[in-house]
Design a binder for this molecule. Structure first.
Ligand code: ADP
Ligand code: ADP
Ligand code: MG
Length: 666
């Protein structure tokens, strides 16, 4: 095996590769840009080489800098990860010319498959079923219209050099082609420096199913079964799983055989992925081949027990595959959720910033499922605007699909992130959704099920109960503490009658301590909720407990008169009131909803840690306006829309009340 390799990448995939190298006793060199100087990958590597400014085209994409770094450190081989230089045939060739091993396929295979038009020609010749369409370049708009009408609408206009969901557009009619063709061409020119376009049939409501292949330099190729990646937003994968709930043995074998045939046609000698779209009737058509490690490779590792990075290293070193197709079996089911720094409540806009809290679920075997979390970040790290906004890839494995999904739901509960918007609540909504659970999915799933975006879901009966008992517990703890420090704010600790408001539900309860449990009896229903095994202390944004026999974890934010508590996708304001103040709440006249569109209002009482805007400044939607600390947690307040700041209320160091005006816009 190699004694030292260089990782020409960053973030979670650099960390992922280091882990395998450590296990194999291979030393690692990590290159890093200015933005990554303090990254986890840099901390974990045996050696590091600085390669320039944050923008990738001045650092991670500069082949000369990578080659120099190899020479400088004596690294024998380069693992490119994904993105960046991973699919650049010239880079693989350059490595070979310099006597450095490229841990990936040979340059000819990258070249042949890197281009969508050319790869379809290879695929057709290898007997692979292709999407009906025109395997060739389109000259101009008139040509595009003629071809589209031959194929029949809807069609997809695609950049031959496209990738990462860019350079793709659906056309439903002639007008769409007239607009879409020049648009895709311009986008392709800008993004890939290559404006060759082709057109194929758009398969409606298909599934994305891909086959993992693995080859060596001795002519062997096997496939490691499929992954289903149909849960996509804007043609980008969000949730993946292996195996696919659609496939039966015969279809799996047929897709696998076609993928292997294509790989063999180009002498493929590393890990690679052959992507297909599949109809609900199990018909399938070749889309493209990715000649690199795939983002979602962990789900394949979880069902096969193989380490794909290790396999790539062995094959690059010249070892023959140690197993044949017949030795491989699918074991259980795995699901991956891509945790992104984006705000699901605000049209999934990117939400970069600092991970003020980053507390992922603990990896390893649980009672009914296994957790794996591939991350390249630690608490306090910044998710910057320069690279992919992915925070981590959370995977669960279980013997069955239902078990892996249930495990993912629990693991997402245990994922605690603060400081920026993240899609954990959205992912949890999908795990809890009947259609996803049924496996009857398609690439339209997100648009079908969340047509107006994501606004959280209504709490279930269990969730209302969980929010009730957590709030009662926290309220009592906080009151006891306030009484200890003697600031007089505490209510009588002996009070047992309360009124708990969870969103729109109000319930009278009687509270009692019963040994290690807190018992909350719902007065009207006569039902008693038993809360045990609480893990929480004031200041913590995460509350764990067991309700009845069911463990749960909720996220907690202080709010005026109570808390905002989120369990999975259900987020509600929760108030614990005395019966008297509850009555008063009822009798208060309905508050006139003031026009607050020009105001930023403090959602809670607290201390202003920083005021990040000044009068006259323009703020964009999602930009940080100020940071408020309450219950020892930092809460980042962002602008809801673009606006110009007219005036600023408090400054850093000031205390603010709930509903106090922080900033006024023009
Ligand atoms: P996967 O199929 O592994 O999910 P994606 O197509 O989502 O792969 O891309 C994986 C990574 O590579 C992402 O970081 C994406 O931004 C990047 N990427 C893919 N193709 C290109 C390309 N042609 N140019 C630049 N980046 C790309
Ligand atoms: P990229 O290189 O950006 O990954 P792909 O060709 O793999 O581009 O397409 C990305 C996604 O777009 C696929 O996963 C699939 O959901 C959708 N897609 C691509 N081609 C078609 C098609 N012909 N019909 C329907 N959906 C398609
Ligand atoms: Mg693709």
């Amino acid at each position: 095996m190699f004694s030292k390799i260089l990782i020409a990448n960053r973030g979670e995939i650099a960390v992922r590769i280091i882990k395998t190298c450590r296990r194999l006793g291979v030393k690692t060199v990590v290159v890093y840009s200015e933005a990554d100087a303090d990254s986890l990958a840099v901390e974990m590597a045996d050696e590091t080489v600085f390669i320039g400014p944050a923008p990738a085209n001045q650092s991670y994409l500069v082949a000369d800098k990578i080659i120099d770094a190899c020479k400088q450190t004596g690294a024998e081989a380069v693992h490119p990860g994904f993105g960046f230089l991973s699919e650049k045939a010239e880079f693989a060739q350059r490595c070979a010319d310099e006597g450095i091993v490229f841990i990936g396929p040979n340059p000819h295979a990258i070249q042949a498959m890197g281009d969508k038009i050319q790869s379809k020609k290879f695929a057709a010749a290898a007997g692979v079923s292709c999407v009906p369409g025109h395997i060739g370049e389109i000259d101009d708009t008139a040509h595009a219209i003629r071809i589209s009408e031959e194929i029949g609408y809807p069609v997809m206009i695609k950049a031959s050099a496209g990738g990462g969901g860019k350079g793709i557009r659906v056309a439903w009619n002639r007008k769409d082609v007239e607009e879409g063709f020049p648009a895709v061409r311009a986008e392709a020119k800008g993004a890939f420096g290559d404006d060759r376009i082709f057109i194929e049939k758009f398969i409606e409501s298909p599934r994305h199913i891909e086959i993992q292949v693995l080859g060596d330099k001795h002519g062997h190729v096997v496939h490691l079964f499929e992954r289903e990646c149909s849960i996509q937003r804007r043609n980008q994968k969000v949730i993946e799983e292996a195996p696919s709930p659609l496939l039966d043995e015969a279809t799996r074998a047929a897709m696998g055989a076609q993928a292997v045939a294509l790989a063999q046609a180009v002498n493929y000698d590393s890990a690679g992925t052959v992507e297909f779209v599949a109809g609900q009737d199990k018909s399938f058509y070749f889309l493209e081949m990715n000649t690199r490690l795939q983002v979602e490779h962990p789900v394949t590792e979880l069902i096969t027990g193989l380490d794909l990075v290790e396999q790539m290293m062995r094959s690059a070193f010249g070892e023959a595959l140690a197993f044949a197709q017949g030795d491989l079996k699918i074991n259980g089911w795995a699901v991956e959720s891509r945790i992104y720094a984006e705000d699901p409540y605000r049209k999934f806009l990117p939400s970069i910033g600092r991970l003020v809290r980053y507390d992922p679920p603990i990896e390893g075997e649980k009672a009914t499922y296994t957790v794996r979390n591939d991350a390249g970040v630690r608490e306090g790290d910044e998710i910057s605007m320069f690279y992919d906004p992915m925070i981590s890839k959370l995977c669960t494995w279980a013997p069955t699909r239902a078990g892996a999904i249930a495990g993912m739901g629990r693991a997402l509960e245990d994922f605690h992130i603060q400081g920026l918007g993240h899609n954990v609540p959205f992912l949890a909504a999908v795990m809890d959704q009947p259609r996803f659970q049924s496996g009857e999915i398609s690439t339209n799933y997100i648009v079908d099920e969340f047509p107006d975006g994501f606004h959280g879901v209504a709490p279930t009966a269990f969730q209302i109960d969980a929010l009730t008992v957590s709030a009662v517990f926290m309220q009592r703890k906080l009151a006891a503490r306030a009484r200890q420090v003697g600031n007089g704010l505490a209510g009588p600790l002996t009070r047992t009658e309360w009124s708990v408001v969870v969103g729109k539900t109000r319930r009278a309860v009687t509270v009692a301590d019963a040994g290690d449990a807190l018992e909350v009896t719902l007065t009207e229903e006569g039902r008693t909720l038993r809360l045990t095994q609480v893990e929480w202390r004031p200041g913590r944004g995460q509350f764990r407990g067991v309700l009845g026999g069911d463990p749960f974890t909720v996220d907690v934010m202080p709010a005026a008169e109570g808390f905002v508590i989120r369990h999975r996708a259900a987020r509600e304001r929760v108030l614990v009131l005395t019966p008297l103040s509850s009555d008063m709440h009822d009798r208060l006249p309905e508050k006139q909803k003031a026009d607050t569109s020009k105001l930023v209002i403090s959602p809670m009482p607290g201390l202003v840690v920083s005021m990040d805007v000044a009068a006259g400044q323009t703020v964009r939607e999602g930009e940080v306006v100020c940071v408020i600390e309450a219950m020892k947690m930092q809460n980042i307040i962002r602008a809801e829309h673009e606006a110009v700041v007219k005036s600023v209320g408090p400054k850093a160091g000031d205390n603010v009340a709930a509903d106090e005006v922080l900033v006024e816009f023009v």
